[in-house]
Structure formats: structure tokens, C-alpha cells
Design a protein around this ligand. Structure first.
Ligand SMILES: Cc1cc2nc3c(=O)[nH]c(=O)nc-3n(C[C@H](O)[C@H](O)[C@H](O)COP(=O)(O)OP(=O)(O)OC[C@H]3O[C@@H](n4cnc5c(N)ncnc54)[C@H](O)[C@@H]3O)c2cc1C
Length: 396
């Protein structure tokens, strides 16, 4: 069938679901709780062939999507290129991806400032109720409302994301602010540094307004750092003493938390990555969570994107996974809806599990001690070959 659908969540996952359903003939409304146009979440996005195919299938513009990198380079602590693997990939930015997808949804069907409160389902449809008092009566409800999904909380109340024991610090440096010598050593490659227990991934992305001209781009810095539960609570506590649940808005991160990460950077990182950090805007962190829903659908309600499954960022697949969910959802919803959604779940749960388990394996590889040699110099990770070959690679 192609009837009416409400998509909860207006970020990349929700936009993909809405675009795919619209292409299949559905009349779709998107409801996003944030009251202003979304921007700048998460900075860099690694793309894959599956993602480029999915963008083309929903009618998105993929020209000048991002910066092409041809090599993956492992740096050692001295800042030398220790190991290189040729691997061509386009790296883009969250903003570029969001804007590309947002253009596919008419403004009158995209509603900001609408937070889902609850939904009620009967034999004929689903009624979504919003905090504003608004109601939407539809044939299909899609929960694309992220890993703390309100749709999933009502559908599967026992499913809770689990903290993985480390956070990711992220930062962006302007290409123009880097010294020519550092820029030449790091900017054009997908760079990595992997001593025991921590890891850096970095790559160039477009500048402001998707500017791809050399000299106008930015460098995306991603640093995984262990943080036991007690440390995480402290990091999530702001200057007023309030401890935030799950994540803290970047401006509220205390200066002493930033000072600690800067001290660690001075001790642990090669000069190239220190230079990136020194020339970045205020870095911010996100705790890493694991989450896989046992089913992605019940009745007339489906989950997609991070609401359905979060694979740790090592696989760089969140957007691609959301795109694949969207296309599968639109395909399976074409027949009898409830049966189609069960088929959607049966297709997507195992494929999402593959990404989820791969990301956990890469997380374990990061922590493993070397059999011999200095664990801090970045040359002795026993899993280096596998990490460089499988990080941000979607081969399933
Ligand atoms: C460090 C890091 C690096 C990453 N790198 C990559 C990468 O290289 N490649 C890649 O593909 N992916 C990457 N990802 C993951 C990727 O960003 C996400 O998986 C992807 O954007 C899909 O997100 P989503 O739209 O499902 O969820 P979200 O982005 O969380 O969006 C959910 C939306 O729902 C809204 N919402 C929540 N509750 C409600 C409610 N009750 N009512 C209405 N709206 C609601 C929220 O405001 C939000 O806008 C990375 C993630 C991190 C943390």
C-alpha cells in the first residue's frame, strides 16, 4: 500500500525514510522536536558505495558530495607515516548530507518543534500525539528519533542502549589555520593513530557552506578515549553541579575536563594530531553506546536509523545503515502493511547486527595490548592490519 506516514525525527535517518517513502508514493509528514533547522551535528561522515547508491535512489544530488581521499595512513607517535593502505573514499560532512536530503522534503511536510509524546495504534491506523497538543492520524508511524527513541521506548520499553566504556572527542580545524608543513603531512589522507587503549581517526571535509576548494576545507578529528563510569559522570557534570544524562551540550563541558584532555593530548598524540587539536574550535565529546533492537517493527510502527540500531562509529555506517533501512522500509511497505513491516524487520535486523558486531570487534581491537614492543608508540597494535582494512568500511 502507499498511504499516509508520520516520520518522527527530522535528522538524517528521518529524512532518508521520508524521502524513500515519498518516492514509493506515500504521503509523508516529518516531525522534529527541535524548533530550529538542524545543523552541524557530528561533523564528518564517511561515505560508502551503498550510501551513494541509496542517495541516487531517493533522487538526491550527489555531485561534489565531499573530499576524496586515496590512502589510509597510520601515523606513529613520532608523526611518521608508519603504514599506508591505498583505499579510495569520499568523506563528507553531516551538514552536506542533511541539506541534500532536506531538499527532498517540501517545507509544508517538515514540522519543527513537534515532540512526540505518545502514539496509539488500532486496526485502522496509528495516532501520534505531540507535546504541542497536535495529533497526526496515519497508516504508518516511523520512529527515526535517534538512539534514545521515544517510539522505541513505547514499543520496546525493555530495550536500553549500553555504555561502551569510552567516549569520542571530536574537533574541527580550518585547513587555512594549519602550518604548511603539518598540512602536507596529514591533510590529504585518512589518518589513523592506534596505540593501545585509544585511537584517532582524522580526515578532510568540506569547509563552511560545503566549500571544497583547497585552502577552504576543514579537518575532522575523532579521538576515542576510555572513560570508566565514574569518570563519565564527572565529565557529564557542568559548572552548576548538574550531571546530564547520556550526553552534555558542548558549551557546558567544564574547562577542567577540557584541560585534562589537552594534557592527555600533549602526552599521547603525535605532533600532527596535536597540531590539529591546537588549531581547532572547542572540542566536544560523545559517549559511545551499543544498541540493537531485537525487532524493528510491531504492527504499523517501524524503527529506522539509530532508533533501531547504533553501531559504534568505528564502522562509520550510521548514515548508510539509516539509508538502507529507509529503502528496505519503502520496498516492504508496498504490500500488506503489517506483514510488510515484519519482512522489513527480518531483513534489516541481521544486517544491522553485522555492522553492530563489527563495530564492537573494532572497539576490542583498540583496547588490546601488543604482544611485544611499546604499547604507546602506535607501531605495535596486534590488530593494525585489520583495523586499517575494516575501519569505516561497509563490506556487508
Ligand atoms: C563520532 C561519530 C562519528 C560518526 N561517523 C559516521 C560516519 O562516518 N558515517 C556514518 O554513516 N555515520 C556516522 N555516525 C553516525 C551517524 O551520524 C548517525 O547514525 C546518523 O546520522 C543517523 O542518525 P538518526 O537520524 O537515526 O538519529 P539522530 O541523528 O539522533 O536524529 C534523531 C532525531 O530525532 C529527533 N527526536 C528525538 N526524539 C524525538 C521526539 N520525541 N519527537 C520528535 N523528534 C525527536 C532528534 O531531535 C533528532 O533530530 C557517526 C556518529 C558519531 C557519534
Amino acid at each position: 500500500m502507499a498511504g499516509t506516514a508520520a516520520v518522527i525525527g527530522g535528522s538524517i535517518g528521518g529524512l532518508f525514510a521520508a524521502a524513500a517513502l515519498r518516492r514509493a508514493g506515500w504521503r509523508v509528514q516529518v516531525f522534529e522536536r527541535v524548533g530550529v533547522p538542524l545543523s552541524g551535528r557530528g561533523a564528518g561522515i564517511v561515505t560508502h558505495r551503498h550510501l551513494l547508491d541509496a542517495l541516487a535512489q531517493v533522487g538526491a544530488d550527489t555531485s561534489d558530495l565531499g573530499v576524496q581521499v586515496d590512502d589510509r595512513v597510520v601515523f606513529d607517535h613520532a608523526g611518521s607515516h608508519f603504514h599506508t593502505l591505498p583505499y579510495r573514499q569520499i568523506v563528507t560532512s553531516w551538514d552536506r548530507m542533511y541539506q541534500t536530503l532536506r531538499r527532498l522534503i517540501p517545507d509544508e511536510d517538515y514540522h519543527l518543534g513537534e515532540m512526540l509524546a505518545e502514539f496509539a495504534e488500532d486496526d485502522d491506523g496509528v495516532t501520534a500525539r505531540f507535546e504541542s497538543g497536535r495529533e497526526a492520524r496515519v497508516d504508518l508511524l516511523v520512529g527515526a528519533d535517534g538512539f534514545r527513541s521515544a517510539v522505541r521506548a513505547q514499543m520496546l520499553p525493555d530495550v536500553q542502549p549500553a555504555y561502551a566504556g569510552y567516549v569520542v572527542w571530536r574537533a574541527l580545524a580550518l585547513e587555512a589555520d594549519l602550518s604548511p608543513e603539518m598540512r602536507d603531512r596529514i591533510f590529504d589522507v585518512f589518518g589513523m593513530f592506534m596505540p593501545q587503549g585509544t585511537q584517532i581517526v582524522g580526515y578532510p571535509i568540506a569547509g563552511e557552506n560545503n566549500d571544497l576548494r583547497p585552502g577552504h576545507r576543514r579537518y575532522n578529528f575523532v579521538w576515542y578515549v576510555p572513560a570508566p563510569d565514574a569518570d563519565l559522570d564527572d565529565m557529564l557534570t557542568d559548572d552548576s553541579g548538574q550531571t546530564h544524562a547520556i550526553s552534555i551540550p558542548p558549551p557546558l563541558v567544564r574547562d577542567e575536563v577540557l584541560a585534562r584532555v589537552e594534557e592527555m593530548a600533549a602526552r599521547v598524540l603525535p605532533d600532527v594530531f596535536r597540531h590539529i587539536l591546537d588549531n581547532s574550535e572547542r572540542p566536544f565529546f560523545t559517549p559511545i553506546y551499543d544498541h540493537l533492537s531485537p525487532t524493528f517493527a510491531r504492527g504499523r510502527v517501524a524503527l529506522s536509523g539509530d532508533a533501531a540500531c547504533v553501531a559504534r562509529p568505528h564502522v562509520g555506517m550510521g548514515v548508510t545503515k539509516a539509508a538502507q533501512d529507509a529503502l528496505a522500509l519503502a520496498r516492504h511497505a508496498a504490500g500488506e502493511l503489517v506483514t510488510g513491516l515484519q519482512a522489513y524487520s527480518a531483513e534489516r535486523v541481521p544486517l544491522s547486527r553485522a555492522a553492530y558486531e563489527r563495530s564492537q570487534m573494532l572497539g576490542r581491537h583498540m583496547m588490546q595490548a601488543p604482544e611485544t614492543g611499546d604499547p604507546t608508540d602506535g607501531r605495535n597494535n596486534p590488530n593494525m592490519e585489520e583495523i586499517i582494512r575494516l575501519t569505516a568500511v561497509a563490506d556487508f
